[in-house]
Design a protein around this ligand. Structure first.
Ligand SMILES: [Zn+2]
Length: 394
């Protein structure tokens, strides 16, 4: 009941749940919003405006993945998780960071920009946007016309790297963000996107009077059905790292595997940017990644190669459609975007829905309990498994 068939329905469900929760709602209209297709980033704030502690949740930075994030946020609102908050803690849900991508079954925004590679401190600074190898493989990843040979070619490149034990390098070249090829995958753009600027505005205007905030950025796609992961980016042994690993003791120990996002590996990612920007405030959080992959093409040791392949095929079909503009290419693109959609959100699978929502409940319980403990000074401290996370990082 929390999952929706498209962005339009998801937005309405979110707003309905927000109203029911008595939330303070805001709407940030997208430049391409129209009477026939309303596109917006919506927010719902629940709790005391003067609360000193805030839990922020986000969905849909990767467009189409908003299907999962939106369902989870709507559930958190509808099932009143905010009722468990202490007086000095509030909650802010940011819905559909990239509404155009969500509405059009794409990962990227209307300019082909991957929003989660767009949080670049300074586009004029070469160090932030230098090409690290994408140019070399660009035409193989997003060819003019995708056929069977292209799939095999991409697999071949992948296996070459695998054979040399250089999968990390392959992932870095393909997915860490590139700033030279607007038609390519994981293109971070050449300037700050609408989505990025809106999010920063929303976070600033909701946290200026806060002492501390945590954030949960909901994603889907990287792991298999039934698995969840929790990824964060804070510096080793920092207070933020200590807090973020303590926030989700149950989730991280029991239902999630944990990992680390480095801004060198995923350039221009939102979390690293927020960490940097709010150094003077206590800000911490991570990506809550809900597994969704069922596809047999998922292969090898690289997490998410299937997603790379799907994203690449969709990009290639979109490029063809943009260049040729005929109905054949339109339907080809629709087919590939539909396949991408079902890779990141197998919404026909009710069992997957139930399992995903169940884990999201446990996850939010942790976040609420920890932030309550921060606000009343009785800090939960479960160091027992921090060392485990740190071992994995080194
Ligand atoms: Zn994602």
């Amino acid at each position: 009941m929390y999952f929706s068939k498209d962005y339009r329905e998801a937005r309405l469900k979110f707003l309905k749940a927000a109203k029911k929760a008595g939330a303070d709602i805001s709407e940030h209209l997208h430049p391409l919003s129209s009477d026939t297709q309303k596109l917006a980033m919506n927010t719902a704030y629940v709790g005391d405006k003067n609360a000193k502690h805030l839990i922020i949740t986000c969905s849909g930075i990767d467009g189409i993945e908003g299907i999962v994030g939106s369902a989870v946020q709507t559930m958190w609102l509808d099932e009143s998780f905010h009722n468990d908050l202490d007086k000095n803690v509030a909650m802010l849900h940011i819905h559909a960071i990239n509404p155009w991508g969500y509405a059009n079954n794409r990962r990227v925004d209307e300019n082909g920009v991957d929003v989660n590679r767009n949080f670049v401190p300074n586009f004029a600074n070469d160090r932030d946007v230098i090409d690290i190898g994408y140019k070399k493989i660009a035409d193989k990843i997003v060819p003019d016309d995708w056929d069977r040979n292209n799939t095999e070619q991409l697999f071949r490149i992948y296996r070459e790297y695998e054979k040399q034990d250089k999968l990390k390098e392959f992932r870095k070249i393909a997915t860490s963000g590139q700033y030279t090829n607007p038609e390519g995958i994981y293109y971070g753009g050449q300037g700050h996107s609408w989505s990025m600027l809106q999010v920063l505005g929303i976070i600033s205007s909701n946290t200026y009077n806060k002492k501390e905030f945590s954030f949960i950025d909901v994603h889907s796609g990287l792991s298999k059905v039934g698995k969840t992961r929790f990824l964060y980016c804070h510096s080793l042994n920092s207070q933020a790292e200590n807090n973020v690993v303590n926030t989700h003791p149950i989730a991280s120990g029991r239902i999630c595997s944990t990992g680390f996002i480095s801004k060198n590996v995923i350039r221009g990612n939102m979390l690293s940017f927020i960490e940097e920007m709010y150094r003077d405030k206590m800000a911490y959080g991570g990506v809550f990644e809900i597994g969704s992959q069922k596809d047999r093409e998922a292969t090898g040791r690289l997490h998410g190669f299937n997603v790379i392949l799907r994203v690449a095929k969709e990009h290639s079909a979109y490029k063809d459609y943009m260049n040729k503009g005929d109905t054949y290419n339109l339907s080809k693109w629709k087919l590939h975007s539909c396949k991408l959609k079902h890779t990141v959100a197998p919404i026909d699978d009710v069992e997957w829905q139930i399992k995903s929502l169940k884990r999201a409940r446990l996850f939010m319980n942790d976040a609420v309990r920890f932030m309550n403990s921060r606000s009343n000074g009785l800090f939960i401290n479960q160091n027992s498994w921090i060392s485990d996370v740190r071992r994995k990082r080194s």
